[in-house]
Write a protein that binds this ligand. Structure first.
Ligand code: PHE
Length: 400
């Protein structure tokens, strides 16, 4: 949800031509790997960090605030009696592909399942790309009201608001017809939707203040209807979460009786909220181990981040002929592999098609910046040399 929800927008892109499924991970680890394993060591090490549990970390303060909201008795004006929300925040990110995609009704050929979008450990396991993976197991275990927080992983573009690891919070509430005081499921779903909207509007107001809000129709395979909440904050409309009434198929898989029970679910990207609230302009800062970052914050307090001196960027361009099934995400992954967190943005600055051969050429500009010091030209040149090699060998691109 940090990036515009992949399950909504990428669905539209699902018809893109299929990509070359390169299974290589550029790993330096020589141990025999599962042939499906496409998780680089850099991502594996991130799975250990648990920054959202770190005292004083902006994500931890934000989570505490949202948990506080769900811990109160009445969170919507409908006054539906119910249990207090339970909080789950310790599920490991390695999950079953079946629970993550199939059980939620995400089609077999959906783009989010591709190895260019999701990190797989094996054919059947992956790093969760969303916390929705926990909805069904938690409902099955008898939970009717809960929130669930965790780190999620997606291969994505390289820019200031995208990082291959980020954090989501999932929320779910289910009830039966008797609790809602209605006689049929259709009516119950309407009340569930009203309750959902009220709860989330109250939450957004608590966190962002008295902001203007609007609801936008959306699409998620696991909710029906599906909607997104946008708030007007700092002079712009910002999409803050996706949600909806839980799909009958999901309810059934969760062991619910769909003639008597309904529910709602939402998912929100915590970095997106925290970046606005704490004025953090670059998503990589959340992972910074520089004491100048973490010492600015105090647990429980939302304060504005004061950027410490930013070192200059250094950019390099790279142009190549793209093969027919070229996938940008694979290129971005190579950039991250070569330069770690130092690549701040990667953008395509030029595209052209050769009039005679019909081949397409693309030129990418990579902006490098170190958070803690100036980069030398030699260092950046070395990245480029390595990048050129890998783009040619791994992506079969002819360099220009
Ligand atoms: N899992 C969705 C995403 O990551 C968000 C979502 C959660 C939408 C729950 C609806 C219900 O984009």
């Amino acid at each position: 949800m940090l990036s515009k929800s992949i399950f909504a927008t990428q669905f539209l892109k699902a018809n893109r031509s299929s990509v070359v499924l390169s299974l290589r991970t550029f790993s330096t680890d020589q141990k025999a790997k599962d042939p499906y394993d496409n998780i680089p060591d850099s991502i594996l090490s991130i799975t250990q960090r648990k920054i959202y549990k770190q005292d004083g970390h902006p994500l931890s303060t934000l989570i505490e605030k949202i948990e506080g909201f769900f811990g109160q008795g009445q969170i919507s004006d409908l006054h539906i009696p119910g249990e207090k929300f339970k909080v789950f925040s310790d599920f490991p990110p390695l999950v079953k592909v079946k629970e993550c995609f199939d059980d939620l009704g995400i089609p077999e050929d959906h783009v989010s399942r591709r190895i260019t979008d999701t990190y797989y450990k094996s054919r059947d396991t992956c790093l969760r790309p969303h916390t929705s993976v926990h909805q069904i197991p938690l409902m099955r275990a008898g939970n009717n009201a809960f929130i669930c927080v965790g780190d999620v992983y997606r291969k994505d573009t390289v820019d200031k608001t995208h990082y291959p690891a980020f954090h989501q919070m999932e929320g779910v509430r289910t009830y039966d017809l008797k609790t809602l005081g209605v006689g049929n499921v259709a009516e119950a779903k309407l009340i569930a939707e009203r309750d959902l909207k009220q709860v989330l509007e109250n939450l957004a107001r608590l966190v962002f203040g008295d902001v203007e809000m609007r609801w936008i129709d959306a699409y998620f395979p696991f909710t029906e209807p599906s909607i997104e909440l946008e708030i007007f904050y700092n002079n712009e409309w910002l999409e803050v979460l996706g949600c909806g009434v839980i799909h009958d198929k999901v309810m059934t898989r969760a062991g619910k009786d769909i003639t008597n029970e309904v529910g709602w679910a939402f998912g929100l990207g915590l970095e997106r909220w925290a970046m606005k609230l704490f004025d953090i302009s670059d998503i990589r800062l959340f992972w910074s181990q520089d004491p100048r970052f973490i010492t600015q914050f105090k647990q429980g307090h939302i304060t504005k981040f004061k950027p410490y001196s930013r070192f200059p960027t250094c950019y390099k361009d790279l142009a190549f002929w793209v093969p027919p099934h070229f996938n940008e995400n694979e290129f971005f992954q190579i950039v991250r592999h070569v330069s770690g967190d130092l690549a701040e943005t990667v953008e395509c600055i030029d595209k052209f098609t050769h009039p005679k051969t019909g081949r397409e050429s693309q030129c990418f500009r990579i902006n490098y910046r170190h958070m803690d010091r100036s980069l030398t030209n030699e260092e950046v040149d070395q990245f480029q040399v390595k990048l050129r090699q890998l783009v040619a060998s791994e992506l079969q691109c002819e360099l220009r």
